[in-house]
Design a protein around this ligand. Structure first.
Ligand SMILES: C[S@@+](CC[C@H](N)C(=O)[O-])C[C@H]1O[C@@H](n2cnc3c(N)ncnc32)[C@H](O)[C@@H]1O
Ligand SMILES: [Zn+2]
Length: 333
């Protein structure tokens, strides 16, 4: 774990030392009013370019700054996986591409359980739709010549398709999560899964997942978020600050990060993009989900995080999973 701002810390990492970058960077949407998702990005981009930039331009330029460093640090052929927000993913993709990466694909994580951040207006009107998916861009540092030669020289350049097969089928760029209201035998009407996965429709949910050709992962449970954090103080946690008062679920937890990613999803992404035993970098480490996934997948890990509270949580979670050899106990679904 490296403490500090990625734009300052990435230049200290050596050339071609990392096999994959798997990250969930700021979305550039002033997420829950967080500094790091708005003002800090605009200031850094403004400072670097010396120009007046729109919020979108600033996010794209700032993305280019960290992505350019990641390109240098990655081995040739090394992959970058980055989560985005539907509203700003075009700037993320353009920033990554302009930094010198090849865009290879966009994965989609479909969950259908988001809370609308819409304002209620009179006459049945609102200002936003309910979020039901997250895009994940897949990019690659251009290989040194032919891919086969690049793999022989650097170990990078390809995806670990066989290690990520789902019920023996070729992995697709779509990941599904049921709503919390679905049960073993049937999906709640609000669940998107039956619309997409006919095996789920015909046979009920969990049983059908064992037949499906699509990768399923549950959302991060409370136990999973907090595993390894018992010794840290509990803090107030409100995952849906914009929810209607009747739907509020105020709580407290040691891991109070607002955007914790599920370990199963992060493990699948790490496994897909990182050669066995390889080095994974997450320059926006948060509560350490990528790091926990990396140690569970027997990869090495380096993370950068600017917030001391999240650094502590990430260290605790990664240490927990690094010492939990079985990997499937305590707080893991
Ligand atoms: C979307 S969150 C990642 C959450 C992570 N996926 C998890 O599961 O906990 C982004 C994180 O990046 C951190 N961050 C934002 N800007 C940063 C910067 N310039 N340098 C280092 N960390 C930064 C924020 O503090 C936040 O924890
Ligand atoms: Zn369902």
């Amino acid at each position: 774990m490296i403490a500090g701002d990625s734009l300052a810390q990435l230049p200290r990492i050596g050339d071609q030392t990392v096999d994959a970058v798997v990250t969930d960077p700021p979305y550039g949407i002033d997420f829950q009013g967080a500094d790091w998702d708005g003002r800090v990005i605009r200031n850094a981009a403004q400072h670097a370019s010396g120009e007046r930039l729109s919020a979108g331009e600033a996010f794209q330029q700032w993305t280019g700054l960290w992505a350019g460093e990641c390109l240098r640090i990655l081995k040739p052929g090394g992959h970058l996986l980055a989560f985005g927000a539907p509203r700003t993913v075009h700037r993320l993709a353009a920033g990554v591409e302009d930094a010198g990466f090849e865009l290879r694909d966009t994965l989609m994580w479909l969950y259908g359980t988001g809370m609308p951040k819409s304002r209620r207006l009179p006459g049945g009107q609102g200002t936003q739709l309910k979020p039901a998916y997250e895009p994940i861009i897949l990019a690659r540092r251009p290989p040194d010549g032919a891919v086969g030669r690049n793999i022989a020289r650097h170990g990078t350049g390809a995806l670990n398709v066989d290690a990520c097969r789902v019920n023996d089928r070729y992995p697709a760029h779509l990941v599904l999560t049921h709503t919390p209201l679905c049960d073993e035998d049937s999906c709640h009407p609000s669940c998107p899964v039956p619309l997409i996965d006919d095996s789920a429709h015909a046979r009920g949910t969990r049983a059908a997942q064992r037949m499906s050709r699509l990768f399923y992962c549950p959302k991060a449970s409370r136990a999973e978020r907090n595993a390894g954090c018992d010794h840290l103080p509990a803090r107030p946690l409100d995952l849906f600050p914009n929810a209607h008062p009747t739907n509020r679920q105020p709580a407290s937890a040691a891991n109070d990060h607002p955007t914790v990613k599920p370990l199963d999803l992060m493990r699948w992404l790490v496994r897909l993009a990182t050669p066995p035993g390889g080095m994974v970098l997450d320059p926006f480490c948060g509560s350490g989900s990528t790091g926990a996934a990396a140690v569970l997948e027997q990869r090495r890990f380096a993370g950068i995080e600017r917030d001391p509270n999240y650094q502590r949580i990430a260290r605790a979670r990664i240490a927990h999973w690094a010492t939990n050899e079985a990997g499937e106990r305590d707080g893991h679904p």
